[in-house]
Design a protein around this ligand. Sequence first.
Ligand code: NAI
Length: 328
Amino acid sequence: TRTPVNVTVTGAAGQIGYALLFRIASGHLLGADVPVKLRLLEIPQGMKAAEGTAMELDDCAFPLLAGIDIFDDPNQGFDGANVALLVGARPRTKGMERGDLLAANGGIFKPQGQAINAHAADDIKVLVVGNPANTNALIAQAAAPDVPAERFTAMTRLDHNRAISQLAAKTGSAVSDIKRLTIWGNHSATQYPDIFHAEIAGKNAAEVVGDELWLSDTFIPTVAKRGAAIIEARGASSAASAANAAIDHVHTWVNGTAEGDWTSMGIPSDGSYGVPAGLISSFPVTCKDGKYEIVQGLDINEFSRTRIDASVQELSEERDAVRELGLI
Ligand code: NAI
């Protein structure tokens, strides 16, 4: 039998954690033949609830679940981790300035990055879900100089999935017919969902839609503000869909993208498409053998360029702010 893969999940007692852990344990994260050991990381106040979730995980008798351990110390939580899902974060509360938010999250993601650097397995792959995801990933990455930078990624897959779903609804097509959609930039309201290279059943999506006003005034804001619309409707932020996207992100990274398709991931820029190197920005990527590559050579039109630049500008500002705070 295969050696179990150690999967660390932070914020395990939160609402995304509750939607995520059962799917990891049932084989959806890595594959239906890969046993997993869960390492749950919480803050002391979250330990009891995490223990309750662990009891429920036990009660599922998942054949692939080889063990569950719960910690409130990141050095233990990341010990031997092969995959780390960084979900727990400090939410923005009323009246909180961006600087305060970044500082509070720096207090979480810097020590977690250091613990990953010191204790994780050599093949560690990190996905940051907790917001502001891109900059939190940058903070953790900067604190882990011995881990290759490309192992630190931020989640824009929920935005990617939301965009596919909106596009399918608009064009009356099946989600499975939509390929090569891209989310560029920051996981924030400035993100840019790009359909100019996307295909619907083999035809160019922008031509199928044929309505630039719909793109600028409906599609882009609907995707970008979907999180707020879910809060308004549900009275709580997206949880099951966020957990699903985290599963998709890691599954694609590990198991690859389909031939002829790509996905969106927040990853350290290598300077491609004019995004300053080092910023953790969303790009179109293909995945194979556990590695990803930025899709090269796409023609970026004026409509796209302006929007990519605006989101990347926001990422640069966030980076400058955390630099000033001494977090990177
Ligand atoms: P939640 O508040 O229900 O749960 C967060 C959990 O994290 C809590 O149990 C808390 O005790 C724990 N936590 C806080 N600090 C921690 C630390 N230092 N170490 C370990 N655990 C810690 O929040 P929810 O709904 O589960 O969301 C989690 C994060 O995911 C939020 O930052 C949210 O904004 C973000 N998110 C990101 C999305 C994306 O697309 N990138 C989509 C949806 C949510």
